[in-house]
Design a protein around this ligand. Structure first.
Ligand SMILES: [Zn+2]
Ligand SMILES: [Zn+2]
Length: 242
């Protein structure tokens, strides 16, 4: 304990309390959660039963045939893929990312691991935009931070200017019901530079995918402007109740 307090490299911000279990976080590489909470957080390996389109978590073991949750039948992206389940260390890291634009080494590893597993081919990486007013309040878009990592890792250019939000929508919370969320995001997105989107395959990036409707509205706008395909990549997938 004492040696940890005196460590000149970590004494500025550490020791810090784990935002999940309130024990001490031993390594700053783990960010806001401790190693044991990270170990308890389910990262997806590709061997789970997931909805083929939206990636909804449907069970621990992969099914021999492709499965569909049926809630995403009208979604217009091809596929949504997440690094892990929205829980414990991953959920705490995502909440912290809305407060401060710092990405821990552990979170970087999670993103790179997810991308290495799925190998999404794309011409452009595009973060789901925040409403302008919210981006000014927050100072950054957390989806853009993740998109930046993805762009660097896959060596695919990132485009933050072509897709925009038209109106200021209410805060999207995990607890907000699906109908309210869908109404608030419908027609909220537009492509302001269609020439840059036409003929391109897009990897759309966000922090967490809940129902997938926001991503679907973005995909709709991108496809209207000529995008050939839209895949969605998120840090986490919220587990929905069925
Ligand atoms: Zn912990
Ligand atoms: Zn689905």
């Amino acid at each position: 304990m004492l040696s940890r307090l005196l460590d000149p490299l970590t004494s500025l911000v550490y020791p810090q309390e784990c935002r999940v279990c309130h024990e001490i976080v031993d390594s700053r590489d783990d960010g806001v959660a401790c190693a044991s909470c990270w170990n308890d957080t389910r990262l997806l390996s590709g061997n789970e039963m997931l909805c083929t389109r939206c990636g909804a978590y449907l069970g621990e073991k992969a099914a021999p045939i492709s499965v569909h949750c049926r809630k995403c039948d009208d979604h217009v992206y091809e596929k949504a893929i997440a690094c892990g389940i929205y829980e414990k260390a991953l959920a705490a890291s995502i909440l912290a990312l809305k407060e401060s634009p710092r990405i821990s080494r552990r979170l970087t590893t999670v993103v790179e691991g997810g991308l290495a597993r799925i190998h999404p081919n794309a011409d452009l990486v595009i973060p789901i935009p925040l409403a302008k007013r919210r981006q000014i309040e927050r100072g950054f878009n957390q989806a853009e931070l993740i998109a930046q990592l993805a762009s660097k890792f896959m060596q695919i250019p990132m485009d933050v200017g072509s897709l925009a939000r038209k109106v200021h929508t209410p805060l999207h919370r995990i607890g907000m019901d699906q109908k309210a969320r869908e109404l608030s995001v419908k027609n909220a997105f537009e492509v302001v530079r269609p020439k840059l989107i036409n003929g391109k395959s897009v990897l759309l990036v966000d922090d967490v995918l809940t129902s997938g409707s926001t991503a679907s509205y973005c995909a709709k706008a991108l496809k209207k402007s000529g995008a050939t395909s839209v895949k969605v990549f998120t840090l986490a997938r919220a587990v929905m109740r069925y």
